[in-house]
Ligand binder design. Structure first.
Ligand code: G6P
Length: 615
């Protein structure tokens, strides 16, 4: 939520900042801006409502020779998205500029204090208060920039990642982190600081992931110095980025979302590599092995997540109970953290998050840890807050996911959950040998089966999208393992095409949604289940007899559903426990094609952001 970038080095800062903001735009895109100090010491600020492309256009005829600057792409929290509220914000004297990601909870108290001291404010943001407070410390207490930032941070309550630019110190940036991510890239004589590694990758692979409570002084001559809020030096661990540059570019696809849907054969393969051994009939998940005994003796496993990751958690519940016979519970992280939950010291939690930065998920993890529970993570971003907060975990190796609507991260999460359930089940002896071996063999075939769906189903899905692009509502039905997939299909459609859609367990339909069914209602039914197939056929008949328009996702060779459906999407058969990884693919494609036909901005749907770092 909001993207921050800062540059210091020999290159022209403006294009580096703009490119960095384009990479970070998935984090928020209602306004954007940059501030740079030019070679004669003038501070220039450009910002405007709209996309980074609008900002770029605004800068097209500007010739600014600057080698230091900061930039921001915003997802508004305080103050409507407009030119004035866009970041960077500048101090009263015009000396300092700041970009900020997060929320300052006590901004009104500080604002009242500063107003009394004669400071005036031009925006409605909480961020402007921070830059004025820094200036207040400089002006009234004679502090240098670093000390003033440090003292300002001691006064602030809330979540932040900030980068401060000082016109009088054009060789230095100051960055600080509390609950919102910041990564510092260490290039050859240049530095780039950003909310994530994507703007850094093309300049260097050497990075420092900042920790909560750390302040970085990034100086072109002295390098990077990290301090904590008590002003003590802390050592910085330099890490190597593993992602390739192609992974964060569209590579010929019109949208990141389509690219990421099509990457799934590979992302699944990458997520199972080294973990599945069919010959030895075993699953190995190195990160959690030392905790295996504790996990297996836990009275229950609780799964936490938000959005699509919460849907993965729901599938996880089915997997853990079915394969490992471990009672499993699923919570929205945002509900869990505020409902005074019962947490027992023997509890095991699994927090699922693509980004590893979702504020509610991190807060829920914190709570569980404070109560002494073991917390594992399933996460896609190496070095993210979740990865560092949890006791252990398993990475999904889906590669960077940039489209706001999650696709390949979801299937990778399902895969990792399946591997966990298989491992736990095998250790506990709750899966018959033969079944274990069969699932393992099927797992290996999944990437090819996903590819088959992409090749064969996509044209049919495009036809369906043409037909239903103007629908006002959609209903998605599924049972068992495919009930969470129905929820995920509906979420995909509503978030990128703005069509109202609901996902439901098929049997629950008759307790309400059935009232909505008429000849205008498209009903997508997932009917690949081996168990409860007949029951799904019955549910489909209930829809059909009320003239609902059925689109069904079925196994190749299906007969019964075919007769009831207006459109049929056939997919290859697999083990039922693995079916969500296949059934969700046509649903992702359907949402994508409908959104494109409706002229929606698929990768940046309105009001959304990919990384929700505010609660
Ligand atoms: C946002 C994104 C969703 C994502 C959710 C959780 O709402 O738009 O795609 O599922 O956050 O994000 P996480 O990074 O924790 O998986």
């Amino acid at each position: 939520m909001c993207g921050i970038v800062g540059y210091l080095g020999p290159r022209q800062a403006v294009p580096v900042l703009i490119k960095g903001l384009q990479r970070l735009e998935y984090r928020g895109y209602d306004s954007a801006g940059i501030a740079v100090v030019d070679t004669v010491g003038r501070l220039h600020v450009f910002k405007r409502k709209g996309r980074v492309a609008d900002l770029k256009q605004m800068l097209a005829n500007q010739k600014i020779d600057a080698h230091i600057g900061i930039g921001h792409t915003r997802w508004a929290t305080h103050g409507e998205p407009n030119d004035v509220n866009a970041h960077p914000h500048v101090s009263q004297s015009g000396r300092l500029a700041i970009v900020h990601n997060g929320i300052i909870e006590n901004y009104d108290v500080i604002k009242a204090f500063l107003t009394k001291k004669g400071y005036s404010f031009v925006s409605d943001t909480d961020t402007e208060v921070v830059v004025q407070l820094i200036e207040y410390f400089m002006e009234s207490k004679g502090m240098d920039t670093y000390d003033a930032v440090l003292y300002a941070l001691k006064e602030i309550v809330g979540a932040y990642a900030i980068v401060v630019l000082d016109r009088e110190n054009p060789d230095m940036l100051i960055a600080a982190r509390q609950s919102s991510p910041l990564v510092i890239g260490l290039g050859e004589g240049e530095y780039i600081v950003a909310s994530d590694a994507t703007p850094i990758l093309e300049y260097t692979r050497k990075v420092i992931y900042m920790d909560d409570g750390e302040i970085a002084i990034i100086d072109i001559n002295e390098g990077v110095e990290l301090r904590n809020i008590d002003n003590k030096r802390v050592s910085a661990e330099v890490q190597e980025l593993e992602w390739e540059l192609e992974a964060i570019e569209k590579g010929g696809y019109p949208h990141f979302m389509l690219k990421e849907i099509y990457e799934q054969p590979r992302s699944l393969l990458d997520s199972m590599r080294g973990r599945v051994n069919v010959a030895e009939n075993m699953v190995r998940l190195g990160g959690i092995m030392p905790y295996l005994d504790r996990i297996l003796s836990a009275p229950r496993i609780s799964l936490l997540g938000c959005g699509t990751s919460w849907h993965a958690a729901l599938v996880g519940k089915y997997l853990f109970e079915d394969l490992a016979r471990i009672p499993a519970y699923v919570d929205y992280a945002s509900e869990f953290r505020y409902r005074n939950p019962v947490i027992l010291p023997d509890d095991v939690f699994i927090a699922i998050s693509q980004s590893g930065e979702t504020a509610d998920t991190l807060a829920a993890v914190q709570l569980a840890k404070e109560e002494g529970a073991l917390v594992l993570g399933i996460c896609n971003v190496v070095g993210s807050s979740l990865a560092r907060m949890t006791d252990a975990g398993v990475y999904t190796h889906a590669g960077p996911e940039i489209g706001v609507a999650s696709t390949k991260a979801f299937t990778a999460q399902l895969l990792v959950l399946t591997l966990m359930a298989l491992l736990f089940g095998k250790e506990k002896g709750t899966i018959p040998e033969e079944k274990f071996a069969k699932i393992l063999t099927e797992l290996e075939e999944l990437p090819d089966k996903v590819q088959m769906i992409l090749d064969k189903a996509d044209p049919i899905v495009q036809e369906i999208a043409q037909q239903f692009q103007n629908a006002s509502n959609f209903l998605y039905l599924g049972r068992g393992y495919n009930y969470p997939v129905a929820l995920e299909g509906a979420l995909k459609l509503k978030e990128i095409s703005y069509i109202h859609a609901e996902g439901y367990p098929a049997a629950e339909m008759k307790h309400g949604p059935i009232a909505l069914i008429d000849e205008n209602m498209p009903v997508l039914i997932i009917a690949t289940n081996q168990s409860a197939y007949e029951k799904i056929v019955n549910n489909a008949m209930e829809v059909k007899s009320r003239n609902g328009r059925i689109i069904s996702v079925v196994n190749e060779g299906d007969k019964q559903l075919k007769q009831l459906s207006e459109y049929v999407i056939e997919i290859p058969e697999t083990e039922e426990v693995l079916s969500p990884i296949l059934t969700v693919i046509p649903l992702q494609l359907l949402a994508y094609h409908i959104a494109v036909l409706r002229g929606c901005d698929v990768d940046k749907p309105r009001n959304l952001a990919k990384s929700v770092t505010v609660e």
